[in-house]
Design a protein around this ligand. Structure first.
Ligand code: MN
Length: 214
C-alpha cells in the first residue's frame, strides 16, 4: 500500500483572507504531493510501505541508513502536512475561537491562560530560524509547545533525539516554511502567525488531544 495524498477537508479558497487559495493549491498539490511521492519512492518494497506514516516516523531509527534521510524529510513532510490541513477550518465552519473542555483545562494548567499559550506558540513559530514547524504536543499527560526544523516531527524523538523538539505527540502544528506564506505575506512571518489563529480548528485539536491522551 502506497502512501496517498489526503484531500483538503475544505475548498482551497476557504481559509481566505488568512491563507490564500494559490498558496493552498501549491502547498497541497505540489509540496505535500511531492513528499508523498518521494516517501513512496524511498520505501517501496520495504515493510515500512505498509505502515501508517506516523508509525514510520516513530520507527525512523529502524529504517536502513541509506534511506533514513529521505524518509526523515518526506515521511516527516507527509505526516506534518496531513495534520496541518485538519487543524484548520474556515471561520464560518468553526475556525478560530478557543479550545474548550479538557484541552482548555490542560492549556490553562501548562501555560496559565490561553493568551499565554498563544504567546509561547507564536514565539516558537517566529523564532524557528529558516524552515520548520511550531507544535502543541501532548507530553507526559499534559501539553507542551515546541518547534522542529525542516520536516522533522516530534514523533521522531527515538531516532533524532533533541532535534524532535519535545518528543511528544503533535495535536496542533503550524508550518513556517516560506512556501506556507510567502505569496501573501512575503517576509512578514509574524503576520501569518497572527492570521493562523483565525482558522485554527479547536474542535479537531480537542479530538487530537483526547486521542493522544488515551
Ligand atoms: Mn509546507
Amino acid at each position: 500500500m502506497a502512501f496517498t495524498l489526503p484531500d483538503l477537508p475544505y475548498p482551497k479558497n476557504a481559509l481566505e483572507p488568512h491563507i490564500d487559495a494559490k498558496t493552498m493549491e501549491i502547498h497541497h498539490d505540489k509540496h505535500h504531493a511531492g513528499y508523498v511521492a518521494k516517501a513512496n519512492a524511498a520505501l517501496e518494497g520495504t515493510k515500512f510501505a505498509d505502515m501508517k506514516p506516523e508509525d514510520v516516523a516513530r520507527n525512523l531509527g529502524d529504517v536502513s541508513a541509506d534511506k533514513r534521510t529521505a524518509v526523515r524529510n518526506n515521511i516527516g513532510g507527509h505526516v506534518n502536512h496531513s495534520l496541518f490541513w485538519t487543524v484548520m477550518a474556515p471561520p464560518s465552519k468553526g475556525g478560530g475561537g478557543k479550545p474548550s473542555g479538557d484541552l482548555a483545562a490542560a492549556i490553562d494548567k501548562a501555560f496559565g491562560s490561553f493568551d499565554k499559550f498563544k504567546e509561547e506558540f507564536a514565539n516558537a513559530a517566529a523564532n524557528r530560524f529558516g524552515s520548520g514547524w511550531a507544535w502543541l504536543c501532548v507530553k507526559d499527560g499534559g501539553v507542551k509547545v515546541c518547534s522542529t526544523a525542516n520536516q522533522d516531527s516530534p514523533l521522531m524523538a527515538g531516532a533524532i533525539g533533541d532535534e524532535a523538539g519535545c518528543g511528544g505527540t503533535p495535536i496542533l502544528g503550524l508550518d513556517v516554511w516560506e512556501h506556507a506564506y510567502y505569496l501573501n505575506y512575503q517576509n512578514k512571518r509574524p503576520d501569518y502567525i497572527s492570521a493562523f489563529w483565525n482558522v485554527v480548528n479547536w474542535d479537531q485539536v480537542g479530538k487530537n488531544f483526547a486521542k493522544a491522551k488515551a
